[in-house]
Write a protein of this length. Structure first.
Length: 135
């Protein structure tokens, strides 16, 4: 890989990515997704960004290949697209996010899906001895 000073094409691509990062609402979304995959409703609640603005910003992040989606029935889940994006968000968090640096994937607020999956894991580990369902 060459350094940015050696390629105008690489420098242009880097500047475009930085342009996408350089918007407060997109930074908020990326920071929230640093905690792991999230549904649109979770992102809206956590960031306070309402529709249709949230949809517009998520679309811009998809176009820039900063996030990827997964569809489950009618629900759409978003996550950071690559290790490079995670590194960029981690760096921004370290520089501007306050005193605490949290590891990638750390749950800020566990989603209902994550809590349910954890409960199912506990329930499965109990086997036949389970007499109460954990929800």
């Amino acid at each position: 890989m060459s350094a940015l000073f050696q390629s105008r094409e690489l420098a242009d691509a880097a500047a475009e990515k930085i342009r996408v990062f350089a918007q407060p609402q997109r930074l908020m979304i990326l920071s929230y997704l640093f905690g792991g995959e999230r549904g649109v409703a979770e992102i809206e609640r956590a960031t306070g960004i309402g529709q249709p603005t949230l949809s517009q910003q998520l679309a811009e992040l998809r176009r820039a290949d900063l996030v990827v989606t997964r569809r489950e029935a009618k629900l759409v889940y978003y996550r950071l697209a690559s290790d490079n994006v995670i590194l960029c968000v981690r760096t921004l968090e370290a520089m501007f996010g306050g005193d605490e640096i949290r590891p990638a994937g750390e749950q800020v607020q566990p989603s209902r899906r994550a809590v349910k999956a954890q409960a199912q894991t506990v329930e499965a580990s109990l086997g036949a001895a389970a007499f109460a369902r954990i929800i």
